[in-house]
Design a binder for this molecule. Structure first.
Ligand code: GFB
Length: 316
């Protein structure tokens, strides 16, 4: 394979940093990154100038505003505005600079709230969305629509990948704004240190989710790029493992070593009752995720301790 100039937008985040770890020493790629201070992705002129100057062969959009169920509700306006603006700038300016290959990251919240499970790509746009993350989901659906339209009108290869719920290193460990895995790792860890008797888990504990380690997602995305995968229809990328939130809490409790009780706060939202991706397209291509949930959480917890991440973000 010819050495590809790859721009990873959002290289310090959960997905971008996993992509960077995979590509930085790979001789097939010459990786370009820019920090937020160097390139403001909300500014279309800056993005245009950057794309014209660098003209990468490939772009992966791992930049955007993300957060867990409460952050999606609290900052719903910021979520839709920032995601729409960043993806519009990157997709449109990539097209103007002649970038033929781009990966846009969707989200499992693009699927209808009461979608038949597992959720197949053909179920997109067939029903109403879950209210807790509707603005974010609409931004993601728009990004896919834009990729599809640019493929059709301008002959691009802009694909949309829909990952299962992600977790990993460089995640957001904020107690309120994070997704469930970093939120719980943090809460169980603090409870262990403070020798608390109980830990609060949001919601009923009954919803089920499929979780994917960010390193496995990075592996899947590069696998698709190397295969020159080409489709305007999104492709699901999951782990195939589904757990209830209460089972997840038990797993994290054990890995962190907290020996108190779990309390379920049913005043907090549950969100979608079940989200499990139909991974048959990736299976047909002979790709599967390598990391089990327990193994992945163990790795992330070790990373948290080694990087002293909890000391950097004050709790409550
Ligand atoms: O990870 P999470 O916020 O993602 O929540 P969603 C998953 C489930 O875990 C929900 C429960 O039922 C929460 O009520 N939960 C229990 C917790 N304890 C906690 C906790 O400490 N923190 C969090 N955050 N949840 C997001 C969407 O929804 O999924 C985003 O809001 C995005 O837009 C993302 O699509 C993938 O799966 O509910």
């Amino acid at each position: 394979m010819k050495r590809q100039v790859l721009y990873i937008a959002g290289h310090t985040g959960l997905v971008g940093s996993a992509l960077l770890r995979r590509t930085i020493r790979d001789e097939n790629y010459a990786v370009i990154t820019r920090t937020r201070a160097e390139l403001d992705l909300m500014n279309s002129d800056s993005v245009a100038e950057f794309m014209q100057q660098e003209s990468p062969d490939r772009v992966i959009i791992a930049a955007g505003r993300v957060g867990g169920i409460l952050a999606n509700q609290t900052y719903c306006g910021e979520f839709i505005h920032q995601n729409l603006t960043i993806q519009n700038n990157l997709i449109h300016q990539s097209m103007k600079a002649g970038v033929k290959s781009l990966v846009f990251l969707g989200s499992s919240c693009m699927y209808p709230k009461h979608c038949p499970q597992p959720m197949s790509e053909s179920a997109l746009l067939t029903g109403l969305l879950e209210e807790t993350n509707l603005p974010y989901a609409i931004a993601k659906i728009s990004g896919w629509g834009m990729c599809q339209a640019y493929n059709q009108q301008y002959g691009m290869n802009y694909m949309t990948a829909i990952p299962a719920n992600l977790y990993g290193r460089n995640d957001n460990f904020h107690p309120q704004d994070s997704h469930v895995i970093p939120g719980m790792i943090r809460r169980f860890h603090e409870a262990k240190i403070q020798q608390l008797k109980e830990v609060v888990v949001w919601g009923t504990g009954k919803p089920k989710r499929e979780f994917l380690l960010s390193d496995d997602l990075a592996d899947a995305l590069l696998f698709l790029l190397e295969k020159n995968y080409h489709s305007s229809q999104p492709i699901n990328i999951g782990s195939g493992q589904e757990v209830s939130i209460s089972e997840l809490a038990e797993t994290i409790k054990e890995i962190v070593g907290f020996d108190g009780h779990l309390i379920f706060d049913t005043h907090k939202p549950d969100g979608m009752p079940l989200k499990r991706l139909d991974n048959s397209q990736m299976e047909k291509l002979a790709w599967s995720a390598k990391t089990s949930l327990a193994e992945g959480i163990q790795k992330v917890y070790e990373w948290c301790l080694n990087s002293k991440i909890f000391e950097k973000i004050p709790f409550y």
